[in-house]
Design a protein around this ligand. Structure first.
Ligand code: ASP
Length: 578
């Protein structure tokens, strides 16, 4: 079979046969122009009145399936907006292959149809050129990844979809078992345990394109089911895994986008990422680091700052260069509303001009102004935005504000890609809700060698051999070196306050397995949807998933989730309460 072809001026004179959908038909004073669309794009076909297929051409409507045979010729009036705008097909014969109902929206990248309508008729939506090119890109990314890993002797395999609850910390989707009444499978949140078991089985290097399911609240860049490329390797340390992963990502960038990623990637410790960018996935396409002003204000007379400092809090700021005049009080109030979502209580500001103005100008001493100007290299028309409070709230709010300002002020070059590693994550995070420490990554993550002894005594000070690969402010992937020593694993569970019974019930089979000669191992997973989204230049993850769910987890096309027959519930011995 012939490959899909895009024709151009070089093909003038060629006899061709094109099969596809009628994108538009126009009758222009006797001549009929049909734009035929298929995966290779859109091409114009022209039928003259004397053509015996003229009447058939007149009856065509959008989305009818046709085949035309004819000769490519140069257009008299070229259309620079179309890829094939220099040429057209002089039709010799036309065949109507199939008709279509009237379509609910025009198949065009400029469609104004609501996303809900497009998702209901997703099979039509997917005919749009931009979506088709996203899926061609996705397929190229997969091919490139497979080629890269196959060349390095990785084994591709699958792991179960019906399994036991996995340890990623989100809510599970459950599947009732008909033959084991009252018992449930969980859908995998990731193949984490299986990938480690495969190392124990001696696979040494494996990868998998894994479907993962997490019953979490959804966002624009998150879906309840998603696909990731999971990789696991034996006898490796952090550098080996990160090195492989960044080479894999760089080869994907090169092959599918022709972009050179400079290796090795920059590495930033988690603590520094939070200190400077207020995020563990900093967007490095623009600067505007968070500045610490705590020291400058140590003798402040301003009540709010004074209280914060007496409670051990911090005072941090962002500097918006040369834009103070653009921010009215109302604008600044809006920024405050924005960061309130992140826990900030206030947003103080200083505007630099002939005179110093802004919400806290009157509280500043000569000395403080001088130090501020020096530390922040302030110039005329700079705006300083200040948040005070406890360390985490201040960093998170300013981190979020920084990203908002980066977008609002057009500081981001949309064609730019900034990749980095964030490393040295804390091993544990404190959960207010549960009143105990939880694993930051998952409970099989190896602590830093120097922290193994602190696992039970100083959890807040333990760091892990975990790493995330960050692209343009998104976590594109991440992984860790795993615990392979049963004693350390036992200690880790203890640190997480899991009882022996919990351990036995949740991961008993895995803990037993670790005792049968487990090699040191580690790995990572790359979010395939997210990577495709980034390379496709969209910020909507649904644009790169063929049949996605809405943000309320619904599939509008098949109308899922939905009720099931009573007989099905009866068979499963399940009663619903509503
Ligand atoms: N299981 C991790 C995840 O799905 C990835 C890994 O540690 O390899 O995020």
């Amino acid at each position: 079979m012939e490959k899909f072809k895009t024709y151009s001026i070089k093909d003038v004179g060629k006899k061709v046969e094109i099969k596809g959908w009628v994108n538009t038909v126009r009758d222009l004073g006797g001549m009929i122009f049909i734009n035929i669309r298929n995966r290779s794009g859109i091409i114009q076909a022209v039928i003259k009145p004397e053509n015996k297929y003229y009447e058939l051409a007149e009856s065509l409507k959008s989305e009818y399936v046709v085949s035309v045979k004819g000769t490519i010729r140069e257009r008299e009036q070229k259309n620079p907006k179309m890829k094939t705008g220099d040429i057209e097909i002089d039709v010799e014969s036309l065949e109507l292959i199939n008709k279509s109902l009237d379509i609910p929206f025009q198949i065009s990248d400029n469609t104004t149809a609501l996303e809900d309508t497009r998702l209901k008729y997703r099979y039509l939506d997917l005919r749009r050129e931009s979506l088709q090119s996203n899926f061609i890109l996705r397929s190229k990314i997969m091919k490139s990844a497979r080629d890269f890993l196959n060349n390095l002797d990785f084994i591709e395999t699958d792991t179960p979809i019906l399994c036991k609850s996995t340890p990623e910390g989100a809510r599970d989707f459950l599947v009732p078992s008909r033959v084991n009444h009252g018992k449930f499978y969980a859908l995998p949140q990731s193949p984490q345990i299986y990938k480690q078991l495969l190392m124990l089985s001696g696979f040494e290097r494996y990868y998998q394109v894994a479907r993962c399911f997490r019953d979490e609240d959804l966002r624009a860049d998150r879906q309840p089911e998603f696909t990731q490329l999971d990789v696991e390797m034996s006898f490796v340390d952090e550098d080996d895994v990160m090195n492989l992963c960044e080479n894999l990502v760089a080869s994907i960038f090169k092959e599918v986008k022709g972009l050179d990623v400079k290796l090795p990637l920059m590495r930033m410790k988690y603590d520094d990422a939070i200190k400077d960018y207020g995020s563990d996935k900093p967007d490095l396409r623009f600067g505007m680091k968070i500045q610490d002003l705590t020291e400058i204000f140590k003798n402040t007379t301003f009540g709010v700052f004074k209280t914060v400092l007496s409670e051990g809090g911090v005072i941090n700021a962002l500097v918006v260069k040369n834009n103070a005049d653009k921010y009215s009080r109302k604008d600044l109030d809006k920024l405050l509303d924005y960061i309130k979502k992140y826990g900030a209580k206030g947003l103080a500001n200083i505007k630099i001009g002939e005179e110093i103005t802004g919400s806290i100008a009157t509280f500043l001493s000569e000395e403080e102004i001088k130090e501020l100007k020096e530390k922040l290299s302030l110039e005329n028309n700079d705006l300083v935005l200040i948040v005070s409070g406890d360390y985490n709230t201040v960093k998170t709010s300013l981190g979020a504000l920084r990203c908002k300002l980066g977008h609002d002020l057009n500081l981001i070059d949309k064609d730019d890609y900034k990749l980095l590693w964030v490393t040295d994550f804390p091993l544990f995070e404190w959960s207010e809700l549960e009143g105990r420490y939880l694993a930051c990554h998952h409970p099989f993550t190896m602590p830093k060698d120097e922290d193994v002894d602190k696992l039970l005594t100083d959890k807040g000070a333990c760091y892990s051999k975990a790493y995330d690969i960050v692209i343009n402010g998104y976590e594109a992937g991440g992984g860790s070196i795993r615990i392979h020593d049963p004693e350390v694993q036992k200690k880790m569970f203890e640190a997480l306050e899991l009882t022996d019974e919990d351990i036995k019930e949740k991961f008993g089979f895995f803990v037993d397995a670790l005792k049968y000669g487990c090699p040191p191992h580690g790995g990572f997973a790359i979010g395939l949807d997210r990577l495709t989204m980034l390379l496709a230049g969209t910020d909507n993850i649904r644009d790169v998933i063929a049949f996605p769910k809405t943000t309320s987890g619904q599939d509008l096309m098949c109308d899922a989730p939905n009720y099931v027959d009573d007989s099905q519930l009866e068979e499963l011995k399940i009663k619903t309460t509503e």
